[in-house]
Design a protein around this ligand. Structure first.
Ligand code: IPE
Ligand code: IPE
Ligand code: MG
Length: 243
């Protein structure tokens, strides 16, 4: 984003840490996966709300590099949900003008899931109504580490020198290299931490932590969070200009 991004214009790029699926299910005496299914259904409503709210880029955190620590059955259930979700939603996403991208390391994901991700990226590449980025097996430290490794390889090969290393060059090796930085990061479920999400890109993002559990987060609440963002004063390190 340009350094003078105006909060009043609304956030062009919103990133969401979709948290609270497990607690949502627990409150209903159901297994955690029940909550993940409910959470996945909520995504469509939020994506569809974006154009009228002026949100061009939406990035959602679906699975972190740390989420492998969960039980084998929860991880397998989530991977199967991702596959089902991509199959079920692909046509509508394409027809609704959504350009879909994935960030995160694909190396640990199963081949069938990766094939669905590749297909959807390819199929929706020309869409421009909303840009939806799904973070899957994503961790900010992992992303920066992989970028540094690729940069080191370019230097080793003689295509770059250490003099070329600056913030812009490094950012060019991140998974998000084609995306603007997020203006607003929302986390649901009442936890006030970022859990390794978009570490580099969120340097000047605004944060909003809401208590609602992700499966209960509606388009109305999304709109009201954006309204509160519009009242903020973003300075990017500069002094406030007195009028
Ligand atoms: C977020 O919900 C979804 C994923 C991390 C995959 P959680 O599963 O973390 O739900 P809580 O935080 O346990 O309630
Ligand atoms: C962050 O939520 C990851 C996703 C929403 C995918 P977690 O539930 O994994 O985060 P922690 O463990 O509470 O920090
Ligand atoms: Mg959680």
């Amino acid at each position: 984003m340009p350094k003078d991004a105006d909060a009043k214009a609304g956030p062009a790029h919103v990133a969401i840490i979709m948290d609270g699926n497990g607690r949502w299910a627990q409150k209903r005496g159901r297994p955690r996966l029940f909550g993940h299914h409910a959470g996945a259904r909520r995504v469509r409503e939020i994506v569809e709300a974006c154009p009228q709210l002026g949100v061009k880029y939406l990035t959602i955190f679906a699975f972190s590099t740390e989420n492998w620590k969960r039980t084998q059955s929860e991880v397998a259930g989530l991977m199967s949900l991702f596959r089902k979700y991509l199959k079920r939603e692909a046509d509508d996403l394409y027809q609704n003008g959504v350009c879909v991208r994935f960030i995160g390391d694909r190396i640990r994901l199963d081949d069938k899931l990766v094939a669905l991700m590749d297909d959807l990226e390819l199929r929706t590449a020309e869409n421009d109504r909303v840009h939806l980025t799904v973070a899957l097996n994503y961790g900010g430290r992992d992303e920066v580490t992989r970028a540094a490794k690729r940069l080191a390889f370019e230097i080793e090969q003689g295509r770059l020198t250490h003099q070329d290393v600056d913030a812009e060059t490094l950012a060019g090796f991140l998974d998000t290299h084609v995306l603007p930085d997020p203006d607003l990061v929302i986390r649901t479920s009442g936890e006030a931490r970022i859990s390794n999400f978009l570490l580099w890109q969120s340097a000047y993002a605004e944060y909003e932590f809401v208590d609602t559990l992700w499966p209960d987060f509606t388009a109305e609440e999304f709109a009201s969070v954006l309204n509160s963002y519009a009242k903020r004063d973003r300075r990017f390190g500069a002094a406030r200009v007195c009028e």
